[in-house]
Design a protein around this ligand. Structure first.
Ligand SMILES: [Zn+2]
Length: 485
């Protein structure tokens, strides 16, 4: 667009604007000298550009100014004005260079995509002419806002979406989140339906954060945080995923790719947290005793997620993150004042991500088998299941290296691991994997809701499983009702 633009006629025939500081002598000869221009510039600097229209030509010229074309000392002034693109296109000279708190060149010129022909263009043209360089380090442009069907908004169509109305009805953070969700470099669409989808994402993020806040209430990071090396493998996996999220989002901010941040955080909240980590977390944070290491380990991850996501989301939904921040135990008083988080890529991270990636494939298969069993009414909730996994040596080694509580991760009451070759015909077949779902044997533990064979057999705790009986006996002995003799 620079190469193809023609000559630029910078004069316009309008009654008012920024004047062209040109005078004419009696013989019609234009008078345009450094001396006359400097003088006009000084007057305009002092009185504003209207001075040109308020004063006679002779009062705009230096005192005692003479010219061979004006033997009687008479002059007239130019009444054409400058093209407005020349005004705005020279703001790098009049604003950036003139103000001490600004720098030349600017970090960024930000405008609508129509400005490649307008301001971006006139600015680079004038700056290259004067300075030999562009007046900006980078240019960012955005498209225009269209309605849900991709039509231009107009009052007669009645399809306008007023930002202030959205703010009033749904809150400012919803419209901000919408802005982050779209590919702004092209034209973007907005409608009540689109905003409804965005508010659903908002609710997902908000509920996730609320769960994390609620479950770190008794957690003091300085006192209770568990060192990374002491975390269980599954907690380290979540930390590694969080680091990936931080890395992706911080890079995306640098590249102004806000929709990447929206997608990444939504995906993390939905897939990693809600559908996995927080799904089985209740079996730890609600059930284990307060200072249990596994519980503190999970809370360490929860708290880390809270702090880092709050920081990452602050540029997008600042009202919400400030509210979240008020529940955190950080020294920085406001999320707004906190720096963006840094990812702490650890040496073993790739290994952990790889191992758990394989585990997730097996988990997907197990979820499928559980779903089928639910449809066939073998079980109701997955907690009613006894899961038999038939695996090869590689998977056996994987399970051993993960050192994880598989019943907990699959959210089933009972689980056993067997040789792949021992799989019965009725087991569901996958690649190098077979899964059999049966109803678990035993009674339901009143406290953790798992079905265990030992429920009903434990002295003084007839309604509890072994794990819960131990916890209750040591932590809440007053809750136990001795059996009648
Ligand atoms: Zn129990």
């Amino acid at each position: 667009m620079i190469r193809d633009r023609g000559d630029w006629v910078i004069s316009r025939q309008r009654v008012w604007g920024v004047p062209l500081p040109i005078f004419y002598a009696e013989n019609g000869e234009p008078v345009i000298t450094p001396e006359t221009i400097d003088h006009a510039a000084k007057l305009i600097g002092e009185f504003g550009s209207n001075v040109w229209f308020e004063r006679e030509a002779k009062d705009l010229l230096p005192e005692g100014f003479t010219h061979p074309g004006s033997p009687n000392g008479e002059f007239t002034k130019e009444m054409d004005i400058m093209d407005v693109w020349f005004d705005s296109g020279s703001s790098h000279e009049a604003v950036l260079r003139a103000r001490e708190d600004l720098t030349f060149p600017a970090d960024m010129y930000l405008e609508g995509s129509d400005q490649y022909r307008g301001w971006f263009n006139s600015s680079i043209t004038t700056s290259v002419a004067i300075n030999g360089v562009a007046p900006y380090k980078t240019v960012l442009s955005q498209g225009f806002v269209l309605d849900g069907e991709g039509r231009k908004m107009s009052k007669s169509l009645g399809n306008t979406v007023l930002p202030e109305k959205v703010v009033k009805n749904m809150g400012a953070d919803i419209i901000r989140l919408w802005v982050s969700s779209v590919d702004y470099e092209s034209d973007v669409r907005i409608s009540d339906d689109i905003l409804k989808q965005v508010s659903e994402t908002y609710r997902k993020i908000r509920n996730t954060m609320r769960f994390l806040i609620g479950n770190t209430e008794d957690f003091q990071p300085k006192e209770h945080a568990v060192a990374y090396e002491e975390l269980r493998s599954v907690d380290q996996y979540l930390m590694a995923r969080l680091d990936q999220v931080v890395e992706t989002c911080v890079t995306a901010y640098k590249e102004y790719e806000f929709s990447t941040i929206y997608q990444t955080i939504m995906n993390f909240c939905t897939v990693d947290l809600s559908a996995f980590y927080l799904d089985f977390a209740k079996d730890v944070v609600y059930i284990e005793k307060e200072d249990n290491l596994e519980r503190r380990a999970m809370q360490t991850v929860f708290y880390e997620v809270l702090v880092k996501l709050a920081k990452l989301l602050t540029p997008i939904i600042p009202h919400t993150t400030e509210e979240i921040w008020s529940f955190l135990k950080e020294e920085e008083q406001y999320a707004q004042l906190a720096e963006l988080p840094e990812s702490s890529i650890r040496e073993d991270q790739a290994g952990i991500l790889g191992q758990w990636g394989k585990f997730m494939d097996i988990r997907d298969a197990a979820l499928k088998a559980l779903e089928v069993a639910r449809n066939e009414k073998t079980i109701g909730k997955s907690f009613e299941a006894h899961l038999s996994l038939f695996v090869d040596e590689e998977t056996k080694a994987l399970f051993a290296s993960l050192d994880a509580n598989l019943e907990q991760l699959f959210i089933v009451s009972q689980l056993d691991i067997n040789e792949l070759t021992a799989a019965p015909a009725e087991a569901m077949q996958f690649d190098n994997l077979a899964i059999l779902v049966e109803h678990a044997h035993g009674e339901t533990c009143e406290r953790c809701r798992a079905i265990k064979e030992e429920v009903g057999t434990i002295e003084d705790a007839a309604t509890l499983c072994g794990r819960c009986a131990d916890i209750v006996k040591s932590e809440y002995p007053e809750a136990l009702v001795p059996e009648e003799a």
